[in-house]
Write a protein that binds this ligand. Sequence first.
Ligand SMILES: [Cu+2]
Length: 302
Amino acid sequence: MPENFRAEKYLLITTLAHIKTSYRMMDMKKLIIVLVVAILVGFGIRQYLNRSNQIAVSPSPTETPTPTETATPSATPEEANSIVAPDMQKPGSTVTVDAVMLAKAGYVVVTSDSNGKPSSGIGHSKLLPAGMSQKVTVTVSPALVKNKYYWAVLRVDNGDSVYKASDDLAAKNSKGDAVVVRFLASNATPSPSVSATPGASASPSSSATVTPTPSTATNTKNVSIVDFAFAPSNLTVKKGDKIVFTNNDSVTHTVTADGGAWDSGNLANGKSYTLDTTKLAVGTYAYHCTLHPSMKGTLVVQ
Ligand SMILES: [Cu+2]
C-alpha cells in the first residue's frame, strides 16, 4: 500500500513537471502565433491603405506575392511599370495601348472583364523591351464586343522571350499592385480625335494618324451610357464643344446637371442627347441620372 502510494506520488510529480514544461512550450508557441498574426495584420492594413488609393483590383491567385518578395522594400525600379490605354477602343480584333513603361522586358496582355476585374486573356503583344514603348498593338481573339469592358495588363517575361500566362507574372507597381487599366469597347470617338460633323456618332475613320486640331476648332465628344454608368464619367471640353450622350443601355436614363444647367429628359435605349457647351459658363459641372441617382459624372468646360 505505501509503495503504491509512493509510486503514485512520483507519477504525480513527474506528470506535473511535464505539464509545466509543456505549458511553457505552449506559451512560446502562443507567443509566436500572436507575433505572426500581429505582423500579418499590420502588413494587411498597410497593403489595404496603399491599395485604397489605387484601382481596387486584387491580383489574380497566380500573382500572390511571396513573403520574401514583400518584406524587402522595393529597391527594384518597380515604379517604372506603368501602362496608358485610351478610355475607349473600337470594337474589333486590335487594341492599341498608347504607352507602356517596363522595368524589365514584358508583354501587354488584354483580358476580358469579369465583375470589374481582369479575367481570361484574349491576346498579348509581342515581347516589349525594358523602358518605354509607344502605340503597342495587341491582336485579340475573340474580337472586342461593343459596350463591353476589357483590361490591359502588364506582365514580365521570365527570360525565355515566349509569352506564357503561367510563367510570365503580372508586373507590379511600387505599391505591389498589378499594373492594369480598364477600357471600354465603343464606337464613340476617343478624346484625342477630331469629328468635323457635329452630332454624327457612328464609325469615325479609324486611321492611326490623327491630325492635331487647332485649339479654336469645335469638337464633338461622345459619352456612352452603359452598364448604369457614364463612360467616360469625367470629361474636359473646350467651351463651344458639343457632347453627344448616347444611351447604350436597355433601360431609360437621363443626363441632368446637378445645378439645372441642362436636362436631357428621358433617353430610351439608343437615343442621344447633344449638349452644346456654347451656352454654358466655363466651370465644373456635376451631373447625374434622375432615374438612378448613383449614376454620376463630371463635365469640365474650359
Ligand atoms: Cu439612369
